[in-house]
Design a binder for this molecule. Structure first.
Ligand code: NAD
Length: 469
């Protein structure tokens, strides 16, 4: 069995508090033991990162770009191993894990290409006013279990591209890929620039409260985001909070069910529905409701559910027991409230957290499955007859991550999309993230954005240099 280590100051270190087990969600067997860091090891990681920052903050942009491209090369060289670790600890099918690694490489290169120009606000005979962007210091990265490798890359790369250093803490459910990623990064990065400490009890809150950390980039649930925000107040850490979503999709009456069913299915069930910006509530006009429900159920029935390492599997398990139980609970509650299960609706028997793709019809707002983030392989389909009412119900959530409108008329769809209260509104699509477009939520889905120029700026503070000539 592979041994995994913390990476502190460029060195592999055993967990000071022993190890904990990481399980494979497809068979509940041990994947590997993960090191459990102590708070003292977190302190060492922060102080190594601080030392690395002292020189890295002054590094040339060309050197930083080179480092990111070197890291991308190293990830590429280890792509097969990383994808396999992701399948074994996260559960997704191999083709999806390969896409995750491919995305991580593409995002690293796209971040390398970003520029950090000096803005000149005035350059007259008497005065020159420049705005520079300075890195913040040590960045703490806290990541969830759904797209563990990709999200770690989303945090680490812009942080170091803009001159910061990093201490990462992956989810204890899927820590192994990030331990390996940081080991790979350290083959080419200066010691201490990127460190990783794993362990649940106290390490996340230790990062939150640490006086040596200047910013936290957090992706995870809204309640944890709120706890982090409270804990970060003492030294006024900057925060980027990418939190939960309960994205609505609105299907307008002119949409063609046959043309959109596959797209709606794939963007609702991406990663077994365990994606923050998946479509999670679908509002369908009465005139095409039955036809679209039938088509969605057909696509769901074609999925091949199984262990992600097996050939031909298109649909893996839910990542962990708690999430599996939550999905089951929400579907049972929907049934008890009169909803109709079109396909799926009961967990598969045997080992592993397998729940088949489930389409639920005749359900409405006010039911837990609609009102709460299910974060799993279930889509509630809600009937509406008035578009104004559908917009109101879509916006009736406290979340505001993404939303979508499905229609043959893109202008009409655009009008509806612009009225959705969310960070990204897609038309005839959903859950598509781009390395050049700012991504983030509003309302209880958090604040701050990732990706592109705006995302990079989140790791900096502005310094004005005001020259009287
Ligand atoms: P989670 O909030 O339970 O855990 C996320 C991370 O926070 C883990 O590393 C965990 O160990 C850590 N953590 C837990 N308690 C902490 C504390 N008190 N202080 C500091 N860190 C702590 O979330 P999860 O269950 O891993 O992920 C699922 C959630 O993440 C869903 O709500 C999903 O929508 C959200 N998510 C959001 C985005 C986005 O970009 N908006 C992306 C992916 C996932």
């Amino acid at each position: 069995m592979t041994e995994y280590s913390l990476i502190v100051n460029g060195r592999k270190v055993a967990g000071g508090a022993g190890t904990f087990a990481v399980l494979n969600p497809a068979n509940e067997e041990l994947v590997a033991q993960c090191p459990q860091a102590t708070i003292e090891q977190l302190d060492e990681a922060v102080s190594a990162a601080q030392t690395a920052f002292e020189s890295w903050q002054f590094s040339a942009h060309g050197d930083r770009k080179q480092l990111l491209n070197d890291i991308a090369d190293r990830i590429e060289a280890n792509a097969a191993e990383l994808a396999e670790i992701v399948v074994r600890e996260q559960g997704k099918p191999l083709f999806l894990a390969q896409a995750e690694v491919g995305g991580a490489i593409a995002w690293t290169r796209a971040t390398a290409d970003l520029e950090m120009p000096v803005d000149v606000l005035e350059d007259s005979d008497t005065k020159r006013v420049e705005v520079h962007r300075k890195p913040l210091g040590v960045v703490g990265s806290i990541t969830p279990w759904n797209w563990p490798l990709m999200i770690a890359v989303w945090h680490i790369m812009p942080a170091i591209r803009s001159g910061n250093s990093v201490v990462c803490k992956p989810s204890g459910l899927t820590p192994l890929n990030t331990l390996r990623l940081v080991e790979i990064i350290n083959e080419v990065a200066p010691a201490g620039l990127v460190n990783v400490v794993t362990g649940e009890s106290g390490i996340g809150s230790g990062i939150t409260k640490h006086p040596g950390i200047r910013k936290i980039v957090f992706t995870g649930s809204t309640p944890t985001g709120q706890t982090i925000m409270r804990g970060a107040a003492d030294n006024l850490k900057r925060l980027t909070l990418e939190l939960g979503g309960n994205d609505a999709g609105i299907v307008l009456p002119d949409a063609d069910p046959a043309a959109i069913a596959e797209g709606i299915f794939q963007t609702s069930f991406l990663n077994m529905g365990q994606t923050c910006a998946c479509l999670k509530r679908l509002y369908v006009h009465d005139s095409i409701y039955d036809e679209l429900c039938e088509k969605l159920a057909d696509v769901a029935a074609q999925q091949n559910v199984g262990n992600g390492m097996e050939e031909g599997v298109t649909f893996g398990p839910v990542q962990n027991r708690d999430q599996f139980n939550l999905v089951n609970e929400l579907v049972e509650d929907a049934k008890a409230n009169g909803a109709r299960i079109l396909t799926g609706g009961t967990p598969l028997e045997g080992k592993g957290y397998f729940y088949p793709p489930t389409i639920v019809a005749d359900i409405s707002d006010g039911t837990r499955l609609v009102d709460e983030e299910q974060f799993g392989p279930v889509l509630p389909v809600i009937r509406y007859s008035d578009v104004e009412d559908a917009i109101k119900r879509a916006n009736g959530s406290e979340n505001g991550l993404g939303g979508s409108v499905w229609s043959a008329d893109t202008e009409q769809a655009h009008n509806v999309a612009s009225r959705l209260e969310c960070g990204t509104a897609w038309i005839n699509g959903h859950a598509e993230l781009l390395p050049y477009a700012p991504f983030g939520g509003c309302k209880m889905s958090g604040f701050g954005v990732e990706f592109g120029q705006e995302g990079l700026m989140e790791y900096t503070s502005a310094q004005v240099i005001n020259i009287n000539k």
